[in-house]
Design a protein around this ligand. Sequence first.
Ligand SMILES: C[S@@+](CC[C@H](N)C(=O)[O-])C[C@H]1O[C@@H](n2cnc3c(N)ncnc32)[C@H](O)[C@@H]1O
Length: 313
Amino acid sequence: MKGSLAVRAAAGLRAAVRNGAGGGPRAVFPSSRCGDAAAWPSHRRQTACAMGADKNGASLERRRWLHLRRTRSSSSGAAMASNGEVKDIHNSESTKTLLKSDALYEYMLNTMVYPRENEFLRELRLISHHQGAHLLLSLLLKVMGAKKTIEVGVFTGCSVLATALAIPDDGRVVAIDISREYFDLGLPVIKKAGVAHKVDFREGPAGQILDKLIADEEHEAGFDFAFVDADKPNYGKYHEQLLRLVRVGGVLAYDNTLWGGSVAMPDDTPLTEDDIQVRDAMREFNARIAADARVEPVQLPVADGITLCRRVA
Ligand SMILES: C[S@@+](CC[C@H](N)C(=O)[O-])C[C@H]1O[C@@H](n2cnc3c(N)ncnc32)[C@H](O)[C@@H]1O
C-alpha cells in the first residue's frame, strides 16, 4: 500500500492534525506546491479557483474542495455570521448545495446516491471530500449517447471519472486543468476503474488549450458535451470557445452558476471581495446565456446551480 493514494491521504490527514487545522483534520493531500499547511486557506483564498487559478494558483482552490465537510447547519449561502463576521459563500464547511435543509440533503444522498454509487467514484469522492452532481452528469451523457466530451477544471478527476464511466469504450474526455498535481492523485483510481484510456488530460490554462483544440480542425464541432467547472470570470470566454467545439445538438454544462444563491442577494449583502467578484461574474454570465440565441438553456437549482445549454445554432 506504500505510496498509494490512501497512504498519502492518511499522511496528509496526520499532517493536518499536526498543524492544528481548526475544527479537526481538514486536508487529505500533501501540500507540495500549496505552501504551508498551517496557512490553510484564508477565506479569501478559498475562492482562488473560482476567481482564476493564476491568482495564487489553482492548488488553493483544490484544497478548498478537499475541505468540504457536511457539517454546516444551514446551506442557504448566508453571508453574514451571527457575530457579524463576513463569511465566504462557500466556506470550508459548505456542502455546496442550495438545499435549505441538511437533513434533506443527507436523505437524498443516502437514498439515491450512495447505495448504488460506482465503487471507484466512491473511492475518489472519499479521497477528494467532494460531492459533485456526478449522477446527473452520468445520466445526461448516457441519455445523449455522448462519446466525445471536454471538461474544463478537473481537480482529482471525480467528474472526469463519472464521464469516462458513462461514455462508450471508444469515447474520449479531453480533461483540461491548469495543473495535473491533483489529477495525478486521482489517476490511480481512474486506472483501477479501467477507463483511463478514455481520458486525454491536457495541462495548462483552459483558454489556451481550447484555442489549440479550435485550431485543430479535427475538433471543430466534434464534441458532444462540455462540462465547465473552473475559473468563473472566464466562463463567458469558455462559452464562446466551446460553441466552436461542441456540435449543434450537443450540450454545454456550467457548474456553480448560482454561487450559493449570492446572485439573487441584495447588492449590499456583506460578502467577501472574492465572492462579490464571482457573484458579479456569475450574474453577467447568466445574463449572457439568457440572451444567447445560439443555445437553449436551463438553469437547475441542483448542487450550486448547474446551467445546461443545448447548442441550437
Ligand atoms: C472545482 S475544481 C474541478 C472539480 C471537478 N470538475 C469535479 O467535479 O470533480 C476546479 C478546477 O479548475 C482548475 N482551474 C482553475 N482555473 C483554471 C484555468 N484557468 N484553466 C484550467 N483549469 C483551471 C483548478 O485547478 C481546479 O482543479
